[in-house]
Design a protein around this ligand. Structure first.
Ligand SMILES: [Zn+2]
Length: 352
């Protein structure tokens, strides 16, 4: 197996790089690559880190996901791209600086964008082609907000054009199985009618799941910009548990003792709220991991001089994943990342 300059025969691990673009200054943009080719045959697990360039813990987990000692026991191949977005990393920012694009919103789509693809879209398309050719499962390592708790985002699986409803349920079950093996609290993405983040249908995992038809999910490993050791450990245990669940390593997935327990025992999804209906300073009642019930106060909005303006309450039962960064909020800003009770189906029709 070779990806870019990383070439590994069975039983070998190699580290190299892959050219993904020609830059205006006459040099190539290259992403780092690790190929761990097991001594025996098996599936190919594809691991991305750092598609958001400031998501340091995800990058460290990707770097540590495989090593030379693991290859002897490995069945199949693990391909790791620890930093998918080097232009973001160089300035410790989420976006690449070519056109300030979020690389995780530009994976290829069937639709005509109405203009020729910009550089970030070309890079995403090249990576997608490699994944399409080689991968049997994908883990896309991220981090979320400051002081947020680690969790996994899974998508709802579409049926219609790409697959039957039964096939969608099978893929959905496999995503659950691998995500549970990883061992972080599981949070389903927004319901179709509640768009939380624009462009998520062109994220790595949405596109790969939908168009390649393989299980893919997104661990979110705490804060950005620094490697958080506890979450790094949880991430490495998690990726190796996925290898066990895919029978690439011997044994059953182990307990992820670096990961938090799920705060609630019901199924949860992301929420596009809570939002403030006026500008001001935000003062929270809760922090990451705290459980709330519908109607409980989440945060107060106060004037800059400290007078209470309003209290924002929970619209559902759930728990806090993380809080917004920055004390100042504008009208309709989202205040926190919440996991709320999910009663919607994990598979959805193209017609929905
Ligand atoms: Zn991210």
């Amino acid at each position: 197996m070779h990806i870019g300059t990383a070439r590994a025969e069975p039983g070998e691990l190699d580290r190299g790089s892959l050219a993904v673009a020609d830059l205006p200054t006459g040099i190539e943009e290259r992403v780092p690559v690790i190929v761990a080719n097991g001594a025996d045959d098996g599936p190919t697990l594809w691991v991305h880190g750092g598609i958001h360039g400031d998501e340091a813990t995800g990058i460290a987990v990707a770097q540590d996901a495989v090593d030379e000692s693991l290859v002897e026991e490995l069945r199949g191949t693990v391909v790791v791209i620890p930093n998918v977005n080097p232009a973001g990393l160089r300035r410790n920012a989420r976006e690449s600086y070519y056109h300030e694009d979020d690389p995780n919103r530009y994976f290829p789509t069937d639709g005509d964008g109405g203009r020729p693809p910009r550089l970030q879209e070309q890079i995403d398309a090249a990576l997608f082609d490699l994944i399409d050719e080689h991968a049997d499962a994908l883990v896309d390592l991220h981090t979320a907000g400051v002081n947020s708790m680690p969790f996994i985002i899974r998508n709802r699986v579409r049926y219609g054009d790409q697959r039957t409803e039964a096939e969608a349920r099978e893929l959905s079950d496999e995503i659950d199985r691998l995500a549970e093996a990883f061992g972080l609290p599981l949070v389903t993405t927004y319901p179709p009618e509640e768009k939380g983040d624009v462009g998520l249908d062109r994220s790595t995992t949405s596109t790969v799941m939908d168009r390649v038809g393989i299980p893919a999910f997104t661990p979110e490993l705490g804060s950005h910009s620094v490697v958080e050791e506890q979450h790094r450990k949880a991430g490495v245990i998690g990726v190796r548990n996925v290898m066990r669940a895919l029978d690439m390593l011997d044994g059953d997935p182990v307990e992820n003792d670096a990961a938090p327990e799920p705060p609630v025992d019901y199924r949860v999804r992301r929420a596009s709220g809570p939002r403030t209906d006026r500008p001001g300073f935000v003062r929270f009642h809760l922090e990451a991991g705290d459980v709330f019930e519908e109607g409980d106060p989440i945060a107060d909005i106060v004037t800059p001089a400290g007078a209470h303006e309003t209290t924002v309450t929970a619209e559902h039962d759930g728990y806090v994943v993380g809080r917004r960064e920055g004390i100042g909020v504008y009208d309709n800003d989202r205040l926190a990342s919440l996991a709320v009770r999910d009663e919607d189906d994990l598979v959805i029709s193209d017609d929905d």
